[in-house]
Ligand binder design. Structure first.
Ligand SMILES: [Zn+2]
Length: 265
């Protein structure tokens, strides 16, 4: 389930494999994945051009095709990228494939079809139109700004952390890690958090996302004591050894340690 750290990994991957290579053909094998654009239009935007830059906002990845505009990639629940050499078979569930002049290919892979592929001229306007808040790792997002964004919010803190219109990038999985490290129960109402809680939540969120992004979202490489490798009902908590529990918050399954994360009333 790609969240900010995974998308940082995809950004690095696209940057290291696919920049400055002329695109000769775009194949769309399932047009349901396209967002606001036809296969012909997408193909026309990309033909003869090369990506010269990548960008990311929250869980969205962008690749700029010169002055033409930006390819938009959202990975949904199961999306990823696959770059493969001439003569190799496309990965399973490749929905959009770009053929480069050097004979290699870049595939946007998505099993469950919940992601999106689009093309936009203006990145900033697109991010705004999607209603996305500030990126969770943006330099602009200070502790003070985070506190302002959280002020007056109600509902489970886990839901607020996952609310892409407040801060973009954190999803169901990383919110569990962040709340564990901030020692906050996922169902604690955001309105009962004090300034100290919110500052701690901000610091932990930034640290967790930076560390995870640095590892490209690879949980096996996380430092000791991280929660995600134990994110399973009944697993031993990395903090106290107690049992991890499952909880449903706004329709999503979350995990937490009832010992380490006491509910604030
Ligand atoms: Zn614990």
């Amino acid at each position: 389930m790609p969240e900010l750290p995974d998308v940082v990994g995809f950004q690095r991957y696209l940057g290291s494999t696919s920049l400055h290579q002329k695109i000769v053909r775009t194949k769309v094998s399932d047009r349901r994945i396209l967002d606001g654009i036809s296969a012909q239009q997408l193909s026309r935007h990309l033909a003869g051009r090369a990506f010269d830059e990548t960008a990311r906002h929250g869980k969205y990845l962008f690749a700029r095709a010169g002055d033409e505009g930006w390819l938009v990639l959202h990975f949904g629940m199961t999306g990823s990228l696959g770059y493969y050499a001439r003569g190799r078979r496309a990965p399973e569930y490749a929905r959009v494939t770009l053929d480069f002049a050097n004979g290699n290919h870049l595939a946007y892979v998505n099993k469950r079809m919940l992601g999106r592929v689009g093309f936009v001229l203006d990145l900033v306007a697109y991010v705004e139109a999607q209603g996305l808040g500030v990126d969770a790792l943006s330099r602009r997002l200070s502790g003070r700004m985070f506190a302002r964004l959280m002020a007056g919010r109600t509902g489970p803190v886990k839901a607020r952390l996952m609310d892409q219109s407040l801060v973009a990038g954190v999803g169901n999985i990383y919110s569990d890690e962040i709340l564990f490290q901030a020692r906050l129960h996922p169902a604690t109402d955001a309105s009962v958090l004090n300034y100290g809680d919110i500052k701690r939540l901000y610091r932990v969120m930034r640290r967790v996302l930076r560390v995870a992004a640095d590892k490209g979202g690879d949980i096996d490489k996380f430092p000791r004591g991280y929660f995600l490798p134990r994110r399973e009902k009944g697993a031993p908590c990395p903090g106290c050894g107690g049992q991890v529990e499952r909880i449903v918050v706004v329709g999503r399954s979350g995990y937490f340690c009832p010992q380490c994360q006491k509910r604030k009333q």
